[in-house]
Design a protein around this ligand. Structure first.
Ligand code: IPD
Ligand code: CA
Ligand code: CA
Length: 277
């Protein structure tokens, strides 16, 4: 067991070093203004592809047997009975394009049914969040814990707008109004990975968003759980990193209160999510 822990610690050090090394690529304004449209409100810049290409190559050099799943990759045929890297090269691409300074590299290591190592790095603030399963969560090398707020009325909640699914807007915005009325206030950051990391380190009490992709939440869900928080789908079930998910992420205390204010899935939603897998 201890040996496994040591191996994972080496891996997390390598993961942290690698994500730090892409900072110059993300800071390259020429590349972040070189934009291709992927879909409605959905863009990819040269930064996204350069970061992914670089990290995929370096991870392969270190661990040739570990599979790779990244957002900017059209071959997503991954066998989840074996280890997988799950990468979002830039989470918060719209923020990057606008010079908003709130984007992150998110890298998770999946093995044996769960994420066992995770790093989220914001190169603009040079903030690094990481976790190893069973060993706690860290923010710039200091251990972190979630907040202790026990009621929604005292809680700061990040909403996610599912920007690439505008058809969900009527249902989403009804939930946002309900949560806004019953919480302290709401926030919308534009980076799901950082929203999860912020709940982990106590900058938020909770966050929710529908139809996130595995690379949006894989790393953040481990970091939050290791910080004492809770991550589930909208039915309070466990999250599955092999498919799109509706995510509720909180300090644990307010989880069920928040969930009770969110709508269940319609049959059309279920069909859509099956289709998108
Ligand atoms: C998006 C961001 C955004 C969230 C979207 C994600 P991307 O990721 O995390 O905050 O609302 O659901 O897809 O496209 O910037 O990597
Ligand atoms: Ca993303
Ligand atoms: Ca992305």
């Amino acid at each position: 067991m201890e040996k496994e822990g040591l191996i994972m610690n080496r891996k997390i050090e390598q993961m942290i070093q690698l994500v730090h090394s892409v900072r110059p690529l993300i800071m390259d304004e020429c590349m972040s203004h070189d934009i291709t449209v992927k879909g409605q409100a959905d863009f990819v810049t040269k930064v996204d592809t350069a970061v992914q290409r670089f990290l995929q190559k370096e991870l392969y050099k270190l661990y040739p047997d570990v599979q790779f799943m990244g957002e900017e990759d059209h071959m997503q045929n991954v066998d989840f009975s074996k280890p997988v890297w799950i990468l979002d090269p830039v989470d918060g691409t719209t923020n990057l394009i606008y010079g908003y300074g709130h984007s992150a590299v998110s890298l998770g290591y999946y093995e044996e049914g769960h994420i066992s190592g995770a790093v989220i790095y914001n190169p603009f603030t040079e903030e690094t969040f990481y976790a190893v399963r069973g060993q706690g969560a860290f923010f710039n090398n200091r251990p972190v814990r979630v907040t202790g707020n026990k009621a929604l009325k005292d809680s700061l909640i990040a909403i996610g707008t599912s920007p690439y699914n505008k058809e969900m807007a009527p249902a989403n915005f009804k939930s946002f109004q309900r949560i806004f009325e019953q919480s302290l206030d709401i926030r919308r950051s534009g980076s799901a990975a950082l929203d999860l990391a912020y709940v982990a380190c106590g900058r938020l009490d909770g966050y929710f968003e529908r139809n996130l992709k595995p690379w949006d939440f894989a790393a953040g869900s481990l970091i939050l759980e290791e910080a004492g928080g809770r991550v589930t789908d909208f039915q309070l079930g466990p999250v599955d990193v092999s498919s799109n998910q509706d995510i509720i992420a909180t300090n644990g205390w307010i989880h069920e209160e928040l969930q009770s204010l969110l709508p269940g899935l319609t049959s059309e939603d279920c069909a859509r999510q099956r289709h998108q897998r």
